[in-house]
Design a protein around this ligand. Structure first.
Ligand code: FES
Length: 72
């Protein structure tokens, strides 16, 4: 899937940069060019970075569950 439309960079290419050590959007940009134009893809790049960090640490984000609130 193409994440960065400006630079035509796929999620696989971004994941490759992350596998090679990129830990920030700027480092991903230096590695493959993603996110270096309009910046509209930064959120998606950050999601890929966050997912990779979670995978490395063995932690996963759990959905936030709001406690039931009783209305009087
Ligand atoms: S969509 Fe990635 S820099 Fe514009």
């Amino acid at each position: 899937m193409i994440v960065c439309l400006c630079k035509n960079v796929s999620s696989r290419a971004i994941e490759g940069c992350i596998d090679e050590g990129a830990t920030t959007v700027a480092e991903v940009g230096r590695g493959c060019g993603a996110g270096t134009d309009c910046g509209g893809c930064h959120c998606e790049i950050e999601e890929l970075l966050e997912r990779a960090a979670c995978d490395r640490s063995g932690t996963h984000h759990l959905p936030v569950v709001q406690p039931n609130r009783k209305v009087a």
